[in-house]
Design a protein around this ligand. Structure first.
Ligand code: ZN
Length: 249
């Protein structure tokens, strides 16, 4: 029975990807109107080795960060549905591949959200790990520093987003893996499930007895493992799923 999973009472892990934020006006990366399709420089600058090696690329990267549509984005009904799920008293963790902070801004508790790929609100020094707010660094760019250096050590600054060629935060991934293994329901929302280790969390969850439910427009490599695959707009599907989950237990 495909709908049996709704009645399982245990913890719920929700893996979210770019698809949950497209209804907030944030383009995905590789789609026809995606960020990298329209601006190949942004993809080049997303690889750590290129970024560190090329000052001109960093200058363009700071401009691109400032122009990122995510700064003007607001959470949508999909983000808000997950807040409702948390407030219903269910044990829930959001494992997000997004860097836009829209789960926090919608009202999800910070301790319930694991940011697998970091966040865009801070900058970090590649040499000494010092952090500073992105807004302050934008002010330095506007004031005439096209590639601002770390104020602590003079090192190269980057956004606190995990780049290609950079390791993920082991503690965050570890926590996500523990949760994937103990959840009853693993909901994968708006993610193509092609990026590891985030995608591998699905396998871990299913291997530990969870029902995998996929909400995504396009097929994913994990559709066959899923108890149910839902192809509807996320900001419509997620509020309904959350209402069903709350009603079922
Ligand atoms: Zn530094």
């Amino acid at each position: 029975m495909a709908d049996d999973w709704r009645g399982r009472p245990g913890p719920i892990a929700v893996l979210t990807g770019a698809g949950i934020s497209t209804d907030s006006g944030i383009p995905d990366f590789r789609g026809p109107r995606g960020l990298w399709t329209r601006n190949p420089i942004a993809e080049l600058a997303s690889t750590y080795q290129n970024y560190v090696a090329d000052p001109q690329l960093r200058v363009r990267a700071w401009q691109a960060r400032r122009d990122n549509p995510a700064w003007k984005a607001e959470p949508n009904a999909g983000h808000r549905a997950l807040v409702d799920l948390e407030r219903s008293g269910r044990a829930v963790r959001i494992l997000t591949q997004n860097i836009d902070r829209l789960h926090h801004r919608a009202g999800s508790s910070g301790r319930k959200v694991l940011e697998l790929h970091g966040n865009m609100l801070e900058v970090v020094c590649v040499s000494c790990d010092a952090r500073a707010p992105m807004r302050e660094t934008f002010d330095r760019v506007a004031a005439g520093e096209p590639d601002p250096a770390c104020v602590e050590c003079g090192g190269i600054l980057k956004s606190a987003v995990v780049m290609f060629g950079e390791p993920l935060d082991e503690q965050v991934i570890g926590e996500a893996a523990v949760y994937a293994q103990k959840c009853d329901i693993f909901l994968a929302v708006g993610t193509s499930l092609r990026v590891h280790p985030a995608a591998g969390l699905c396998e871990l969850a299913v291997g530990s007895g969870a029902d995998l439910v996929i909400v995504n427009n396009e097929p994913t490599p994990y559709d066959e493992l899923a108890t149910e695959v839902i192809r509807e707009p996320i900001s419509e599907a997620l509020p309904r799923i959350v209402a069903e989950l709350i009603a079922a237990v």
